[in-house]
Structures are given as C-alpha cells and as structure tokens.
Write a protein that binds this ligand. Sequence first.
Ligand code: FAD
Length: 322
Amino acid sequence: MSGVLVVAEVRQGALRDISFELLAGGAQLAASGAGPLRVLVIAGDPAAHAEVLNVPGVEEILTVTSPLEHFEAHLQGRAVSEVITQLQPAVVLAGHTVDSMGFAAAVAAQLNLGFASDVVSLSFDDGMLQAQRGSYGGRLVATIDFPGRERVMALVRPGTYEAPLPGGGSATVRDGGVTLQASQAATEHLGFIEADGGDIDITKADFLLAIGRGVEEESDVEKMMELADAIGATLVSSRPLVDAGWLPASRQVGQSGRTVAPKVYLAFGISGAVQHLMGMRKSQTIIAVNTNASAPIFGVADYGAVADLHDVSDALAEHFGS
Ligand code: FAD
C-alpha cells in the first residue's frame, strides 16, 4: 500500500492549526507520488471536524470517536496504530507537538516504522522519503532517509507548511473502524492550563522586523520597537538578543525559537546562522541589511543592502515618521 496519512490534532474541542499545515505537507508528498492523502481525526465528535478538514488534495477523512472529552495519549496511540495497520500508508505525518510526543514514538517502535521528529522539510522522490531536521544539538541541518523502512512516521515542526484555507475539497468521510473505550486510557485529564504564549504571537504576523547582534546597544531595541510600529511590522530577533534578556523568548526566531513564514522578513544585523535560517527561510520575501557582504543571510535574501542598519533604520524612521 502507499499513501500519506495525516493525524489531525484536536485540543479543547477545536482543530489545531498544525492539522491544516500537515495537510499542506501531505498534499505536496501526494503530488510527488507518495499516494493518496488521508486524514485521521480522533475526537469526541470527529465528524464535526470533517467539513473543514476537507481541503483540496485530501481523498478520505477517517473518523474515530474518543470516549473521552480530552486528548489521551494511549487512546490516541491505539487508534493511530490500528489505522496504520489497516491502511499501511507509506508516510504518516503528525505534529511535532506535546500531544504527538505522548504516543508517536511508541507507535513507530511498535509498528517498526522509520521515525523522525522535529522535521522542518520533507521530500518524496523516486519512491524515497527524505526528511530534514536539526542535528548535533542544532549545529547542522541533517537530511535523513530511511533505508529498509517501508513506512515512515514524521513529526513536523509547526510553522513548516502554510495552512490551506479550510474546506473546499471533495474528500469522502468514513468511520475509521476503531472502537476506543475509556478503560484503555492510562492517564487522567485533571485540567487545562494555557501556556504563557508571551506578549505576542509572532507566527501570525505578515511583516516582521528582525534584529540581531548587529544592534549593539540594548538602548537601540526601544528605537527598533518604535520603528517596527511606524512601518507596521512586529519586532522579532535572533537568539543572542533573547539570551541577553533584551527581548522575551516569544520573539525569538529560529531552531530553538519560533518558525515564521511572514510575507516580509526584514533582517537588520543578522548574520544568517543555520539555526536562525531554519526558523525564517520560508518567508515570502526576505530583505537583509548587513555591513558584511559575505554574511550568509544574503544567500537566502530576495533583496539585500550592504549597509549600516542604523543608517537604514534612520532613513525609514524619517520616511515613516517614527
Ligand atoms: P551574529 O552572528 O553575531 O551576527 C551579527 C551580524 O550583524 C553580522 O553578520 C554582522 O556583520 C552584522 N552587523 C554588525 N554590525 C552591523 C551594523 N551596524 N549594521 C548592519 N549589520 C551589522 N540563533 C537564532 O537566531 N535562533 C535560534 O533559534 C537559535 N537556536 C540555536 C540552537 C542551538 C542548539 C545553537 C547551537 C545555536 C542556536 N542559535 C540560534 C544561535 C546561532 O548559531 C547564532 O549564534 C545566532 O543566530 C547569531 O545571531 P546574530 O545573527 O544576531 O549574530
């Protein structure tokens, strides 16, 4: 058998964005010859999610009813495992999220699947899946293949793919044929506490002004914040500025920060280390300002200026009146 199976993620009764991002990734693999794209949704009322999951490219939506109101890793693992055994898909995609970490590796081990977590890119050529992820503590990006594995499960980092608009497809919906019982759960849901998402969700912004170590003084961060406001951008940064405590971790872009894909990414004084590029290279338009013409950021930039960031920011501030 072949095909791509996406495991949708439901939290607090709602589909999470990662579900749609995975459908975008799955559709790309399907178009490259990996076989039909299916999505599995496990929830108290899974059919309620079918209409929005029915995006172009999805052939089938499989539903499994959970007897519990909230996600439970053992029930989820059981359902995913049974559906993989039935369908024998070549590729299984789930989010690199706290929920998937509760069941995915165990299912992969149980079914002898190839496995990769925190995947930032996938390709399917000549019948072979390749995944990219950070390696050696994030010091390099490794391309992984899965020799000897007929089926592979990949946990994809949120933000890797642009989510399609919900609905609009022609998929069929059917029962996944798995019966779950509450007694199969091994954990108890005590409550839900929303994590502190920081002062802003930078993954949702269309225009990011990113500053790096080229901004040498902490006092300049305030100036950059004002400039960002004036030009309609959201201020983000590379890791050194977060490590220095100049900006909160919620504004860090990169491998150990957030993955972003805005319409415009304007980078001031950022060298373009691989760990930074992993978090922003899918931006639609990248503009780099750096005094060093050899900085790697220019390798991914659509537009670049070999210039002092302060000169450029002063000119922008004057033009936009910050
Ligand atoms: P630098 O590399 O020091 O670059 C500063 C740039 O500013 C230089 O190119 C310089 O030419 C330019 N410059 C200097 N003055 C000016 C000026 N006046 N005008 C214009 N340009 C100027 N980094 C991240 O960003 N995000 C991550 O999530 C992340 N995760 C990591 C995870 C691991 C496991 C590891 C090992 C590292 C991680 N890093 C991360 C760190 C990463 O390796 C780099 O050290 C970091 O991205 C460098 O930040 P930078 O480009 O701001 O600084």
